[in-house]
Design a protein around this ligand. Structure first.
Ligand code: MN
Length: 256
C-alpha cells in the first residue's frame, strides 16, 4: 500500500506532518506538497510555466518533495511519473479549517483529492479539522489524524464507490469526545466577504477581498450539522456537477 500525502497549506504545515505519521501505520507514504500556502486556490493546472520539485526534510526528520505548483499540480506530478512507485490512495490534509458547503470549490485540500480522481482514478480523501479562529497556540491535529486513519482503513476494506471521493471534516475535539461518524451532504456556508479598497504609497488603489470569517447553517444531515454536533462528517463528492433537476425544464425551452 503506497499512500500519497499532500495538502494545500504547504509542505511544512503541522497538519501534513500529523497525517503522514498516522498514514505510515497503514502503508508506505510519499509526500508531494506545495512549498507555500495555496489555501483557497481552487482546482489548478499549471500549464504555462515549468514546475520545480525539491527534496525537503520535515520536522520529524522524514523526507518529502515540495513543488512550486498548486496542490492539484502536486498530485498530478506524483501520479504522472515523479514517483517511481505507483500510488494506491491519496490523502490530502489535514487542513486547519473545515471545508464545508461551497468551500469545496475553493479548497486546495479538496481539489487535490479531485485531481487524484481525474489523473489517477484513485481513491482520494480530503481531511479537514474545524479548528478555532485566532487560536493562539498550535492546533492539535492528533484526533483528526486518528480519524483519517480510521477512514482510510475503512475505504481500503470496503473499496471506494466508483466516481466518488470523500470530504472528511472533523470537529476540533479530543478524540474520546468525538461522538461518531455521520455520512452527510454539503451544507450551506454563509460567506461574509467584503471589498476593502485602499490606496498604495504611489497613490493607486488596490483591493483586498476581506471581511469576517464565514459562518454556516448547522442543518441536520449536512457536513456542518454533523461537526457542529460533535460528529465526524463524511461527505461523498463527485465531479459531475450537472444540475440533473434542471435538464427536463431546460429541454422545454425554445432553443432554435
Ligand atoms: Mn488550507
Amino acid at each position: 500500500m503506497h499512500i500519497l500525502v499532500t495538502n494545500d497549506d504547504g509542505v511544512m504545515a503541522p497538519g501534513l506532518l500529523a497525517l503522514a505519521k498516522t498514514m505510515r501505520e497503514i502503508g508506505e507514504v510519499s509526500i508531494v506538497a506545495p512549498e507555500i500556502n495555496w489555501s483557497a486556490s481552487g482546482h489548478v493546472k499549471t500549464m504555462h510555466r515549468p514546475l520545480r520539485v525539491r527534496e525537503v526534510i520535515l520536522q520529524d526528520g522524514t523526507k518529502a518533495l515540495s513543488s512550486d505548483g498548486a496542490p492539484s499540480d502536486c498530485v498530478a506530478l506524483a501520479l504522472l511519473g515523479l514517483l517511481p512507485k505507483p500510488i494506491d490512495l491519496v490523502v490530502s490534509g489535514i487542513n486547519p479549517n473545515a471545508n464545508i458547503g461551497h468551500d469545496v470549490t475553493y479548497s486546495g485540500t479538496v481539489t487535490a483529492a479531485m485531481e487524484a480522481m481525474i489523473t489517477g482514478s484513485l481513491p482520494a480523501i480530503a481531511v479537514s479539522v474545524d479548528g478555532p479562529d485566532n487560536h493562539g497556540a498550535p492546533l492539535d491535529f492528533s484526533a483528526a489524524a486518528l480519524v483519517a486513519k480510521q477512514v482510510v482503513k475503512l475505504v481500503l476494506a470496503k473499496g471506494m464507490p466508483k466516481g466518488v471521493f470523500l470530504n472528511v471534516n472533523v470537529p476540533y475535539l479530543p478524540f474520546e469526545q468525538i461522538k461518531g461518524f455521520r455520512v452527510t451532504r454539503q451544507g450551506l456556508r454563509v460567506y461574509r466577504d467584503s471589498l476593502d479598497k485602499r490606496i498604495d504609497p504611489r497613490g493607486r488603489p488596490y483591493y483586498w477581498i476581506g471581511g469576517e470569517s464565514p459562518t454556516a447553517i448547522p442543518e441536520e444531515g449536512t457536513d456542518y450539522g454533523a461537526i457542529s454536533h460533535g460528529y465526524v462528517s463524511i461527505t461523498p463528492l463527485q465531479l459531475d456537477l450537472t444540475a440533473w433537476s434542471a435538464i427536463g425544464d431546460l429541454e422545454q425551452w425554445e432553443w432554435s
